[in-house]
Design a protein around this ligand. Structure first.
Ligand code: HEM
Length: 458
């Protein structure tokens, strides 16, 4: 049996390519080695070799056999996230502990429950855009960040306004922005940089902000435990009451780490997907026109859930996430029993990651893969292993239904209630942002109000 081809480039060069030009790194190696190759490119922030796969049937095997016997989905292989989200949460847990935590976390994220957040999503979008009307240039990434951050603060943390809400929004956004340029992303991949070398260092500022965030979160958790309110429906309230089969609930540290993981999972990813969608819609007049025609068919003011099932809007959202998926790799899976994949032998202990980006750019699935073409999602159905922005298997994204609703309602609201125009129409390409991908330069717009927004804007 053949062994998986290993990338021959020296390790430090691979690491640099992975950090500064991740898409070309993946694409060049796909062209050279094909559907499966082994890297030493620090994909997981350490020296562990990782096998990257991009063949849909191999991905299907990976994501349907990852519950422990043939393959597992080990949280400890994702240590690079610990400084950001802590250790006591679902993404960092493995095996039975992972199953237990997911079971506690999942109910408020079910598609039916998510519909209850539709009004909030619409209201947050209206407020955020109305507050930007006076600005000459609006940075779409920052605006979409504001919307997704507020969504998470309201739906997950149950915070709607006030000092805590504003401080958490400011501190968390600042902390993430600090480690989000291609250069500062090395914070994730070179753990020694995370040390506190004095007040001038990145590590120092990062830990200071983390302490301030923790103080708000722990105080909030304590208050909520002391004064429980059965009428609240936010995710933290549900988690505070959640018990597993043995009657065990979550500790304060568990709750803090789960909240940080949900913030990390849901903020950047959704904001980036929305930014790309806005960029494409307002760069391509045909797309905008088709969307407006479709949007005009629904009575949207009263029921924003109507935006959630429009075929063309759905196709636009999918295409934005196909072309530049915010996460270009799945979380790692580990081989537990000797395994044959794509005709190669994989030994126990081997780590595998599915390349979402490479799958989404396979020419036979997506002709002209670099073109933004929502129609492809109307012309054919893609399987869960051909289109997988949210991954799959035992670690499939917990927030997929929430992100789905957020994107469709925010875009539907923006298109029907505001008049946006791009400040310039230069092409924008993706670049590394933290562990993910985002537009390399800011997408700038100008916003005009098209209609009277109900009185909620200050
Ligand atoms: C467009 C938006 C989003 C994208 C593209 C996205 C993508 C992903 C991907 C690719 C994974 C890994 C799946 C795998 O390895 O198979 C994941 C996991 C996860 N996502 Fe998302 N995500 C998004 C939004 C959200 C939101 C809104 C939340 C919550 C508020 C969230 C929370 C999580 C969590 C907690 C996990 C870890 C699940 C586990 O370990 O079991 N994500 N996401």
């Amino acid at each position: 049996m053949r062994t998986v081809p290993t990338i021959e480039t020296p390790m430090f060069l691979q690491a640099a390519q992975w950090l500064f030009d991740p898409l070309n790194y993946l694409t060049a190696n796909f062209k050279r080695y094909g559907d499966i190759f082994k890297t030493h490119g620090m994909l997981l922030g350490d020296n562990s070799p990782v096998v990257v796969i991009s063949d849909p049937s191999a991905i299907q095997y990976l994501l349907t056999h990852d519950s422990g016997k043939e393959l597992s989905a080990p949280g400890d292989a994702y240590e690079l996230m610990v400084p950001i989200v802590g250790r006591q949460n679902t993404p960092l847990a493995s095996g039975n502990e992972h199953r237990r935590r997911r079971k506690l976390l999942m109910p408020p994220f079910h598609a039916e429950r998510v519909k209850a957040y539709a009004q909030s999503i619409q209201q947050i979008t209206q407020e955020a855009l109305a507050q930007s009307l006076a600005d000459k240039f609006v940075d779409v990434r920052k605006l979409m960040g504001k919307i997704t951050m507020r969504m998470i603060l309201q739906t997950v943390f149950g915070m709607h306004s006030g000092e805590c809400y504003e401080n958490l929004e400011r501190l968390y956004t600042h902390r993430l922005d600090m480690i989000s340029t291609p250069w500062s992303s090395i914070f994730f991949y070179l753990p020694w940089i995370q040390n506190d070398f004095g007040s001038w260092s990145l590590g120092h500022s990062f830990h200071k902000l983390t302490k301030e965030i923790d103080q708000i979160l722990f105080t909030n958790i304590q208050e909520r435990r002391t004064h429980p309110n059965p009428d609240r429906s936010d995710i933290l309230s549900l988690l505070l009451c959640a018990k597993d089969e043995d009657g065990h609930g979550l500790t304060d540290q568990d709750l803090r780490d789960e909240l940080m993981a949900l913030m990390m999972g849901g903020y950047e990813t959704t904001a980036t997907s929305l930014t790309w969608a806005i960029y494409w819609i307002y760069s391509l007049p045909d797309v905008k026109e088709k969307l407006l025609t479709e949007l005009n068919t629904v009575a949207t003011q009263t029921d924003p859930t109507k935006f959630m099932s429009l075929p063309y809007l759905n196709a636009v959202c999918n295409e934005a996430m196909r072309l530049y998926p915010p996460l270009i790799l799945t979380l790692p899976r580990r081989v537990e029993k000797p395994l044959e994949l794509c005709g190669y032998q994989l030994e126990p202990g081997t780590l595998i990651m599915g390349s979402i980006y490479l799958i989404h750019h396979r020419e036979e699935l997506y002709p002209q893969p670099h073109k933004f073409s929502p129609e492809r999602f109307l012309e054919r159905q893609f399987s869960n292993y051909e289109f997988l922005p949210f991954g799959g298997g035992v670690r499939r994204c917990i927030g997929a239904a929430l992100a789905h609703a957020e994107m469709r309602i925010a875009l539907g609201t923006i298109l029907t209630q505001f008049d946006l125009s791009l400040i310039n129409d230069r092409p924008i390409v993706p670049a590394r942002r933290g562990i993910g991908l985002a537009p390399s330069t800011s997408v700038q717009i100008n916003i005009k109000n098209m209609q009277q927004i109900p009185a909620m804007c200050n």
